[in-house]
Design a protein. Structure first.
Lengths: 205, 202
């Protein structure tokens, strides 16, 4: 093996300092630095630096009561910041959503009939004063069930995926063809199974 | 100095700490606080910040003890949390004051108990070396400190810094090159490791 050049020797410095140099290469490096003052000095400087960093024990010390203060912090936890109170926010949000749903349902008891094809028309609003007692109970049961549905819908809104929202609104459902008419597969760019593709895209996300 | 625990003892201690047994928590704190503070102080160079970071690191570690993976050492996990907090603190400082110049930070040159036995020359070299270490990037500085002061392997350092092992080796290599670049002109007169060490020993 030819003698090491300074450049080759320098490439071995890191492995030497990390104790990862093979015995044969270490011997070569030792031989080189005996003959080369520059490499000897460079390596000595790095060894001393490492030694100094590891051996120097002079550093400021922690306060004596550090452990005690820390234990006191553990025993009396700090108040949880508002942005971390997800559960609280969720519960409070659900309550507000329910209240909003009830208010909306009583303010607007029935949506105006839609003229768009495919939307199911709601039953026309009736005057409760004209109803017999049995029909009146049935009418209010219907109102209550609407309120319950709206409340659940609002409460679950945040948890729903796009597809679930579309399904809930009656859009792009698998049987959407029955409502809106079968998609025109001959039209350029039309997708025969758009909802399936959407589902796949959403799953990919 | 508190003796390090065996792997089994550490696991048992952590199980007790999960049950919030004060003795176990105290033991874990006492085991790691000095080394952690030493590391954090050397990275942020500010006594008060370093204490706060150590406290926060312990609190975070204890708060999420349930997610602690037993294949790692507790110290590795603790140092990882502390290192992240150090970087955050340095980023905040940088945001306020542009690039951080450690020579003007309040913690720089804080009085520490210099060994009375050391010669003027030894103290000069030591100050020079620490000044150079302070001028490394936070990542390089953390790598150097963990490698030399904490005797941690490149694999352990990689886990703490959350980077590949190759990156740790690169940090170490660049840090050494930079230290050499900074120190070489100053200690040009010294040509022999034995002579330098002899001086350092006083």
């Amino acid at each position: 093996m030819a003698k090491l050049t300074c450049q080759q020797a320098e490439q071995l410095f890191d492995a030497y300092l990390d104790g990862e140099l093979s015995a044969s290469l270490e011997t070569e490096l030792d031989a080189h630095r005996l003959a080369c003052a520059a490499c000897r000095q460079a390596l000595a400087l790095m060894e001393v630096t490492g030694h100094m960093i590891s051996a120097d024990r002079h550093a400021p010390v922690l306060g004596e009561d550090f452990t005690q203060r820390l234990l006191a912090c553990i025993e009396t936890p700090r108040p949880i910041p508002i942005w971390r109170r997800r559960r609280t926010i969720w519960v409070a949000g659900s309550g507000l959503a329910a209240a909003a749903a009830i208010a909306i349902a009583f303010t607007f008891p029935a949506a105006p009939p839609k003229k768009v094809a495919g939307w199911q028309e709601r039953a026309p609003s009736v005057s409760t004063s004209a109803l017999p007692p049995g029909a009146l109970k049935e009418h209010f049961d219907g109102q209550i069930s609407q309120v319950r549905e709206s409340t659940e819908w609002l409460a679950n809104f945040g948890k729903m995926t796009v597809m679930q929202i579309l399904d809930r609104l009656g859009l792009e459902q698998p049987n959407a063809g029955e409502k809106f008419g079968a998609p025109d597969s001959k039209r350029p760019g039309s997708r025969k199974s758009a909802s399936d593709d959407d589902k796949r895209d959403i799953e990919d996300l | 100095m508190v003796e390090p625990l065996s792997r089994g003892d550490e696991q048992r201690l952590i199980q007790r700490a999960k049950r919030r047994e004060p003795d176990a928590l105290r033991h874990l704190i006492d085991l790691h606080k000095e080394r952690l503070f030493n590391f954090v102080w050397r990275v942020v160079r500010h006594h008060h910040d370093a204490e706060e970071i150590c406290q926060e690191a312990f609190l975070k570690a204890f708060a999420s003890l349930d997610s602690f993976r037993p294949e790692f050492r507790f110290s590795t996990w603790l140092f990882t949390i502390a290192y992240r907090l150090c970087l955050n603190a340095l980023r905040r400082k940088r945001a306020f004051a542009g690039d951080v110049d450690f020579s003007v930070l309040p913690g720089h040159g804080e009085p520490v108990d210099e060994g009375a036995a050391q010669s003027e020359e030894a103290r000069r070299v030591k100050t020079l070396i620490w000044d150079s270490v302070d001028r490394l990037s936070p990542q390089q500085r953390a790598t150097v400190l963990l490698f030399y002061r904490n005797d941690q392997s490149c694999q352990e350092i990689a886990r703490i810094l959350e980077v590949p092992v190759a990156t740790v080796k690169s940090h170490l290599h660049r840090a050494r090159a930079r230290l050499r670049e900074m120190l070489e002109p100053v200690v040009a007169g010294e040509t022999d490791r034995t002579r330098i060490l002899a001086k350092l020993a006083g």
